[in-house]
Ligand binder design. Sequence first.
Ligand code: ADP
Ligand code: MG
Length: 249
Amino acid sequence: MNATAFLDVRDVSVVFGGLKAVNGPSFQVEQGRIHALIGPNGAGKSTTFNCISRFYTPTSGSVSFEGRELTRVSPHRMASLGIARTFQNLELFAELSVLENVLLGTHARGANTLGRLLRRPDRETEDFALHLLERVGLAGERHQPARDLDFGRQKLLELARALAIRPKLLLLDEPAAGLRNREIESLDRLLKELVARDGITVLLVEHVMQLVMSISDRITVMAFGEKIAEGTPAEIGSNARVIEAYLGK
Ligand code: ADP
Ligand code: MG
């Protein structure tokens, strides 16, 4: 194992009221890989994910990124460390245009004020935002209000906005939820390309097994707040404990 893992999640637990939603899972994500967190509903995936993204602070345990303890980093500084996330439920500015949503995404890492980004973004920032829209296939819709996009395209827009901070680590909570097959196939290609071409590392929570099995280098499986298995897609696909957890035995 590396002395310093890229992302190191250790013995994380989260208690809500009396309920232990997450009970001590540990796993490491290697740089330049796609790592999936899967498991049945209520397993604690989103809560674990939210501890990594600093939306929650764990009750105990640690999360470190490139050797830095994230549980002590304030949530708004995550982007400046190179960590971006998307939400299970969309968090877009519905009335703003597709392009404006991505421009605002650059704010977390850039020197431009919000007002300037909307009124008079510099050329480089605007070109970069357009480039991201091309990558996700939304350049043609750049002037439409975000609310006019269908659900699948809004999810792509959210992804483009997350990419606007030029992340090293991209955290995705159920990126394929609600997408059609064709959209899942493009997401599959796009995520592989972000890793291969841009060197981004991806950690995703996902239920769509077709996507998980196709893109993941490594999979961590949770059930009842704990890690029950970890391995390659082939190992996980034939793991008896995993199959049992999904069948609810
Ligand atoms: P998953 O994403 O794997 O479906 P979650 O992390 O959302 O699971 O939830 C794990 C457990 O914690 C569930 O029992 C859920 O009901 C509970 N839980 C999640 N969020 C909260 C919260 N904010 N307050 C109280 N309980 C919660
Ligand atoms: Mg969830």
